[in-house]
Design a protein around this ligand. Structure first.
Ligand SMILES: [Fe+2]
Length: 169
């Protein structure tokens, strides 16, 4: 321990605002900083936008019946998470990415809808993995709450798609 007296010539420089000091403390505690959260939300946004487009176009192809209904259900959720991520990116002070994830091209290259659904589930599982890794590091209550809902929704839709695929065999 170092004892300091008023005679010490040490200069204490205050170079950070209270806010960024708080953020530094968060990073030391293992929480993601703002830049990491922005990159994370944008990566998920691009993936969800790809998922929304794949399910929209696939539902049109399926036309009607249980597969079309399932795809429409997943599409509604994917669109919902896009809107949620856009909202949080704006709160974080960043213009949301307008890109569509590479998943779109890969999924649409699969012509058979049942195979595309299996591939879609793989993409959804990737999102689940990313969310499970990041969630313990998201300190902001509102973002943590919304990402938790997104995780649960993905887990539920993966289960629905897996059950559908098993019935179709
Ligand atoms: Fe998704």
């Amino acid at each position: 321990m170092v004892n300091r007296t008023p005679n010490d010539n040490d200069k204490i420089e205050v170079t950070s605002s209270a806010c960024s000091m708080h953020e530094v403390g968060d990073v030391y505690a293992g929480y993601a900083d703002k830049d990491e959260l922005i990159a994370f939300c944008n990566e998920l946004l691009e993936a969800e936008r790809a998922g929304a487009r794949v399910t929209l176009e696939s539902a049109h192809t399926a036309n009607s019946g249980p597969l079309a209904a399932l795809l429409k259900t997943i599409q509604r959720d994917e669109a919902r998470w896009c809107a949620m991520l856009v909202r949080h990116l704006k709160v974080l002070g960043r213009i949301p990415s307008s890109k569509i994830g590479g998943f779109y091209e890969k999924a649409m290259a699969i012509s058979e809808l049942s195979e595309r659904l299996v591939f879609l589930n793989r993409g959804q599982s990737w999102v689940v993995r990313k969310l499970r890794e990041m969630l313990p590091r998201v300190r902001d209550y509102s973002l943590n709450h919304d990402l938790t809902e997104m995780l649960q929704s993905h887990e539920a839709n993966i289960k629905l798609a897996t059950e559908f695929s098993a019935r179709a065999l």
